[in-house]
Design a protein around this ligand. Structure first.
Ligand SMILES: [Zn+2]
Length: 136
């Protein structure tokens, strides 16, 4: 973490993944160069009743051997949802008890994103089949 700025309803966190320079995913060469950086915003679990937004400067690498470029992988980030995996788990659990709209407001996602999270990661139903779903 580099910086954390507390706003009235939002924590804005600036982060850099501390990962070693990766090997090329295509040819396995270790001769990777920093090619570019790209800023990405990820939602995280709400904290003290505030939304949490993490801004990460991801590095794009270029392989000196085969010239492939790729983004470094974020350990806790989810490629498709712009949310950390613990936030995804939180949304899954809370969606059983609360309306989607209230949940979306709390975590700072829109209702559509909440629905997408739930659709992409269905529950196995083993412990929640008797719970009535609200807000659907
Ligand atoms: Zn390569």
């Amino acid at each position: 973490m580099i910086d954390c700025e507390g706003q009235e309803r939002l924590y804005q966190i600036l982060a850099r993944p501390c990962l070693p320079r990766p090997a090329c995913p295509l040819c396995g060469s270790l001769l990777a160069l920093k090619h570019a950086t790209d800023e990405q915003t990820i939602r995280d679990l709400p904290c003290h009743g505030k939304q949490v937004r993490i801004t990460v400067n991801r590095i794009r690498y270029r392989c000196k051997t085969c010239r492939k470029t790729w983004f470094e992988i974020l350990p806790e980030g989810d490629e498709h949802r712009s949310a950390t995996s613990r936030l995804v788990r939180y949304v899954q659990q809370q969606s059983l008890f609360r309306p989607f709209v209230a949940l979306a407001q709390e975590v700072g996602l829109d209702e559509k994103s909440v629905r997408t999270i739930l659709r992409l990661t269905p529950f196995d139903g083993s412990c929640s089949s008797s719970v009535l779903r609200l807000g659907s």
